[in-house]
Design a protein around this ligand. Structure first.
Ligand code: NAD
Length: 360
């Protein structure tokens, strides 16, 4: 099959890690007889240097025209970079918000998977880490409290602030459908997280999720209150497969789930919309402190590329081949410095990309 991929390396370690993901994609194309074409686009500080703003309308249009977008990371050393002396709307991170909005992405997926080889980095009790976990947190991205009407006023000398949490059924339905579709590609168990004992928006969320569930009889659905979910994530993370939730709950729970894996250089992510076009990127930033040294861990970006194969291109077998190759490299004892452990073999960014590509 033929796919056209927009590559946005960005700043800091971005170009180094995206290059390794491309190497792995090229290997997939070679083995499975696909054709991937690439188009490099500028976003972030490098775009400020070239065009004075972090994402031009022309670049956004090019990204929209691609089959999918793979992003490294944007931004520089915040306290020490000329990119932050300009209008906030033109700064590196403004490009991220603009591209997510421009591509109409409403669902964010962050997997949290504990590799047996890295379980010493997991901050949970040994018995819990030994059981392992493999889940995705699916967060609604464009509605809820972060986008509702807000105001701060003063009434009779007392300051008062209001935020509003609004969801309509269409916003809930479209992300629920995505959640069920992803559950169908995994273990077919979906836990919808809400606060239905208190919030009307959560009661509507629960009702719509139950309606959508009728079209996916193979998927088991349970509902969990968000406070309980926060506890269960550290008590028994192995019980989760797909966690579906609204914007603010997802913001907090996805960070909690990332934290229990313990390794920032391993965390991939995807943002999806109504079409197959998605934005795939590591969960970490541009790490300017280690840029250009060939020491960054490219695995989060490589796993993001695997998500692109699965969710945008429906190449499930190829995605699994990439994930298995990552697993095999860890089993074989190769580590970048951020995940280095005694008795393992230290490799740089490029060598890690090579080791993964040759195992596909
Ligand atoms: P960061 O994630 O870039 O780095 C935090 C720490 O983790 C650093 O010590 C870094 O060296 C390390 N690290 C991160 N990724 C790594 C990898 N792949 N391999 C090895 N070590 C890795 O977060 P930060 O320092 O808070 O932010 C740096 C810049 O990145 C800022 O300009 C920030 O705005 C930007 N940022 C961008 C994104 C994005 O593009 N999506 C996300 C977060 C932060």
């Amino acid at each position: 099959m033929n796919f056209h991929i927009a590559l946005i390396p960005g700043d800091g370690i971005g170009p180094e890690i995206v290059e390794e993901a491309r190497k792995v994609l090229d290997r997939v194309a070679e083995i499975y007889h696909h054709q991937f074409t690439y188009e490099k686009l500028l976003m972030g500080g490098c775009s400020i240097d070239a065009y004075g703003t972090s994402l031009t309308d022309e670049t956004l249009a090019r990204a929209k025209a691609a089959d999918s977008v793979l992003l490294g990371a944007v931004g520089g050393d915040v306290g020490n970079s000329r990119w932050y002396d300009i209008d906030p709307k033109d700064r590196p991170e403004a490009g991220l918000l603009k591209i997510r909005k421009g591509l109409e992405l409403f669902a964010n997926i962050r997997p949290a998977y504990l590799y047996r080889e890295l379980k010493d980095a997991c901050p949970l009790r040994e018995a819990i880490a030994d059981a392992g976990f493999d889940m995705v947190i699916m967060r609604e991205l464009t509605g809820g409290l972060y986008f509702g009407e807000r105001k701060t006023e003063e009434i009779n000398g007392v300051r008062r602030a209001t935020d509003t949490l609004v969801y309509d059924e269409n916003e809930i339905r479209r992300i629920a459908v995505k959640g069920f579709e992803i559950a169908m590609k995994r273990k077919k168990h979906l836990i919808s997280v809400d606060k239905a004992n208190v919030l009307d928006s959560s009661r509507l969320w629960r009702a719509v999720v139950n309606e959508v569930a009728k079209s996916y009889p193979e998927v088991t659905v349970t509902h969990m209150l968000v406070d309980n979910c926060a506890m269960q994530l550290v008590k028994d993370p192995a019980q989760f497969d797909v966690v579906l939730t609204e914007n603010m709950f997802g913001d907090i729970l996805s960070d909690e789930a990332s934290m229990i894996t313990g390794s920032i250089g391993m965390l991939s992510s995807a943002s999806l919309g109504a079409t197959k076009l998605g934005l795939y990127e590591p969960s970490h930033g541009s790490a300017p402190d280690i840029a250009g040294k060939n020491i960054a861990n490219p695995i989060a970006t490589i796993l993001s590329a695997a998500m692109m194969l699965r969710y945008s291109f429906d190449l499930d077998q190829e995605a699994k081949a990439v994930e298995d190759a990552v697993q095999q490299v860890l089993t074989d004892g190769y580590r970048t410095s951020d995940i280095m452990a005694e008795g393992c073999k230290l490799v740089g960014t490029r060598e890690m990309g090579d080791r993964i590509a040759e195992r596909i």
